[in-house]
Design a protein around this ligand. Sequence first.
Ligand code: SAH
Length: 248
Amino acid sequence: MSWKLLIDLHKSNNRQGPGSEEQTKMAITLSGLSAASETLQVADIGCGTGASTLVLAENLNAKIIAVDLFPEFLSVLTTNAEKQKLSKKIRTLPCSMDDLPFEEESLDAIWTEGAVYNMGFKKGVAYFKRFLKPGGILAASEITWLTQSRPDEIRSYWDKEYPQIATAADKIRVLEEEGFILKGYFPLPESCWIDNYYDPLRSGFDAFLGRHDTEETRSLIDREANEIALYEKYRDYYSYGFYIARKA
Ligand code: SAH
């Protein structure tokens, strides 16, 4: 699948994954970062068009480096930051999350919503840790099983798509193994998936196919529609979990 097509499908939406302003604010509260008196150095990794970056900029005394692999997403963020008069607090950086140019122990917080799966949670957590100051915050949302057991259809789908999908207990264990102390966890509510992500995404399917109607794009849309149908059927079994942790 070409990246250009994925960018085209997702770029005009406010989010490229499940989440909401309210949930980002809840994670900020749990992180304790609002209490900072000095300007914080924060990175938002895999920020997409920057839904969370703008909330961080609005609510924190911070300089935020917004990192994404795709400059096309970052340029949408730049435009939105200007509109919201937040440009001074945000710098964009197109680069891969597994090859970050930061100095070790230079950041007060690393934020990453629905993106660390690109590296895998365990590898990402271990890699990001080196860039945090001692006591620095990692806040990550990551797909999470909500229950101990689940129907075969959804288990085998996600095991194939993302084998590191696991329960919150397992994710928290990974954080602890990698040297973090949990400050908070909560699962995202359904509205983060349906209202904020899947509804806007699916409302763009026809226009997308109008722009490029090929076998490849039809199969991409079929895959997205299948993911949505599975969520609607099995939403009681999984969500994104938001994990807020402190570097020990
Ligand atoms: N945080 C955003 C986007 C989540 S979607 C939101 O919640 O809306 C995942 C994001 O990760 C996409 O924007 C994608 O471009 C980005 N991404 C994928 N692989 C990446 C990589 N190797 N390095 C940095 N970003 C990456």
